[in-house]
Design a protein around this ligand. Structure first.
Ligand SMILES: C[S@@+](CC[C@H](N)C(=O)[O-])C[C@H]1O[C@@H](n2cnc3c(N)ncnc32)[C@H](O)[C@@H]1O
Length: 323
């Protein structure tokens, strides 16, 4: 929450909209910062949660924070425009209402899913475009409602779920079969394992560049040895490579490990860019993003076309968009 508030940079007098009131705690923090000259509106889609947030805020002396029970995907047009908007649930698509209700030059902070990776992105509004100015690692529950992510975790039994936009197309029987085998440790990687992890540059590169990327989430980590893990599944060659915190392992044939090795080498060849070199621009769907989905070279830019927005992602120093 502190990291996201730093990205938001609210100052005294600001009008701030929060989407996802939850306990009301973050709204209280924002109200402390913007002071009595500012205004805080917080929205939650779940009426009982909104009610509890309102009662918590009142009990803590923040009666002037306005709590609304509604789908925050629509923002809260009644009090727009806002100097700052913060979303505390994750999306892969950005509803147009958030940009429209933000002043020019205003800041939107939102946990954005780039395929399997969730990153908290601080955007500046510039006309019809939102341009990233800070990106941090993040992990958030999905936004629900009209703009909620269609891709939820798919249960595959034994406390495992797979997530990500391709999850619906993954053959679960094959995945189950592979995971029931004994994995082998993968050597010969040119990078430390933690480069793959949450917010690691290689993890982001894999999510953007590797079509076979899968994310597996376990509610029984003691049984599987991981809570959340990224990997590469090669369906044709029946191979699964998982990048665990302690080791990179492969199930079935070695092919998926070979793919991970190649991606790691490509990423190192790009100078091992981390999250600090990542740039994101969100444009309304239907506007020309200046890059096509098929154009993406090994080093990007990548176009993630969504229903409401086109999300363009690149690493700086690639000569794209002047950076
Ligand atoms: C991680 S919690 C927010 C934590 C909160 N900011 C706090 O300070 O406690 C996410 C919240 O987003 C809410 N939510 C999910 N989809 C929403 C939507 N479309 N509009 C508004 N709230 C939503 C959930 O009901 C949940 O309370």
């Amino acid at each position: 929450m502190a990291i996201m508030l730093e990205q938001l940079e609210p100052t005294p007098g600001h009008r701030v909209l929060e989407i996802g009131a939850g306990t009301g705690y973050n709204a209280a923090l924002i109200r402390e910062i913007v002071g009595s000259g500012g205004r805080v509106v917080t929205v939650d889609i779940q009426p009982d949660v909104a009610e509890e947030a309102a009662s918590n805020l009142a009990a803590a002396g923040y009666e002037d924070v306005e709590v609304v029970a509604a789908d925050g995907g629509f923002g809260h047009p009644e009090r727009a425009p806002y100097d700052r908007i913060i979303v505390t649930a994750s999306v892969s698509d950005v509803p147009p209402h958030w940009r429209e209700q933000l002043v020019e030059g205003g800041v939107l902070v939102v946990p954005l899913r780039l395929r399997t990776q969730c990153l908290s992105v601080g955007f500046l509004r510039a006309g019809a475009s939102l341009r990233s100015r800070s990106i941090q690692c993040s992990g958030f529950m999905y936004l629900r409602g009209a703009f909620g992510a269609p891709e939820r975790g798919i249960p595959m039994g034994d406390g495992l779920f797979i997530t990500g936009p391709e999850a619906g197309r993954i053959p679960l029987d094959l995945l189950r079969d592979l995971l029931s085998q004994t994995p082998r440790r993968v050597g010969g990687l040119v990078v430390p394992v933690d480069s793959f992890g949450l917010g690691g540059g290689l993890g982001i590169y894999l999510a953007l560049q590797e079509p076979g990327v899968v994310d597996i989430f376990s509610v029984v980590p003691e049984r599987w040895g991981f809570h959340a893990v990224s990997g590469v599944l090669d369906v044709a060659s029946r191979s699964l490579c998982l990048i665990r915190r302690d080791a990179v392992v492969v199930y079935g044939t070695d092919d998926a490990a070979g793919r991970v090795r190649r991606r790691a080498a490509e990423w190192v060849g790009m100078g091992s860019p981390g999250v600090e070199r990542l740039r994101v621009e969100v444009l309304p769907a239907g506007t020309d993003p200046g890059v096509s989905a098929t154009e993406g070279s090994a080093s990007g830019p990548w176009l993630l076309g969504q229903r409401w927005s086109s999300v363009v992602v690149w690493f700086e120093d690639q000569g794209f968009r002047g950076t």
